[in-house]
Write a protein that binds this ligand. Sequence first.
Ligand SMILES: Nc1ncnc2c1ncn2[C@@H]1O[C@H](COP(=O)(O)OP(=O)(O)OP(=O)(O)O)[C@@H](O)[C@H]1O
Ligand code: SF4
Ligand SMILES: [Mg+2]
Length: 336
Amino acid sequence: MEDVVLELNNLHTHFFTDSGEVPAVDGVSLSVHKGEVVGIVGESGCGKSVTSLSVMKLVPNPPGKITEGEINFKGENLVKASEKRMRKIRGNEISMIFQEPMTSLNPLFTIGNQLREAILIHQSISKKEAKSKSIAMLRLVGIPRAEAIINEYPHQLSGGMRQRVMIAMAMSCNPELLIADEPTTALDVTIQAQILDLMRNLNEEKETAILLITHDLGVVAEICDRVVVMYSGQVVEEGTTREILKDPKHPYSKGLIKSLPKMHEREQKLYSIPGTVPKPKMDRIGCRFSPRCEFAYDRCFQENPELYPLDNNRSSRCFLYDEVEGDVTEHAETIT
Ligand SMILES: Nc1ncnc2c1ncn2[C@@H]1O[C@H](COP(=O)(O)OP(=O)(O)OP(=O)(O)O)[C@@H](O)[C@H]1O
Ligand code: SF4
Ligand SMILES: [Mg+2]
């Protein structure tokens, strides 16, 4: 499709460690269109950050390596792009808000200096104009005393303030794709809502495509058009936010949504999916969710499910949706 900004095609990013090969991203395919906000959700360790760092080609190598697949950005396969080309793309056509802000702020330069430089790379305006623009951007992300803050260094700011500076930097270059990895986790609820508003404005006014990584389904409901659910390095379900939140198909997505705190309901104890995300392993046999799945049956321990297509561009990596399977109805009945 013409308006596809990012398309991952069977992406594999593996780590080569002393204890063996770790397929952290294990055949991920997804796409983000112009003007679209796509969320990646899943518990800790399922490969969300490694997927986003792969797009920026920022996975540390060694031990990490993209071993297979394509990252098509506006038709160009970034897997094949040189580091020189990537430096042009990063912070220009693709911006990223990292989970840990210190990774993208330079401790040796003031906030003002870094913001101004980021603006000057992309816009031919005077230094003075860039300075006023920096102050305006800082105000926009809710930073008080912006005139004073531009003279401070990253370590002088709180974690939440640094996160907002990074968001200001990422947005100031009008990227075509913004990747935000847990952009609001460290922030309090009020600031979180402001940041989500800012991202939504950027998306609506400039048609910026956004790939938002979060474990917070509340954030997803706020801002995402579509959701990709990841588990143990793979996509297990994909669909519109509305469909996935209202009627999740994959047993893992069902568990995630069941564990959301419900408004208007004073539940004593929140549901949580029993067990934990397994460490990614090579050549694993059986559905990765089977040790935790309440619907698992014999086939789940012997074969690996594919991502089965459902109606309305939805898909689910679960045998219960494999229509070829003769006994699908019998098993599918268990989850309806
Ligand atoms: N440098 C590394 N060496 C080996 N394994 C790694 C390395 N970095 C990440 N991994 C593994 O890759 C998997 C995916 O990690 P990732 O950071 O992408 O998870 P995540 O979904 O972003 O989790 P979180 O919600 O905690 O941020 C994990 O099993 C992790 O242990
Ligand atoms: S394939 Fe089997 S174990 Fe995996 S999610 Fe579906 S029912 Fe559960
Ligand atoms: Mg992460």
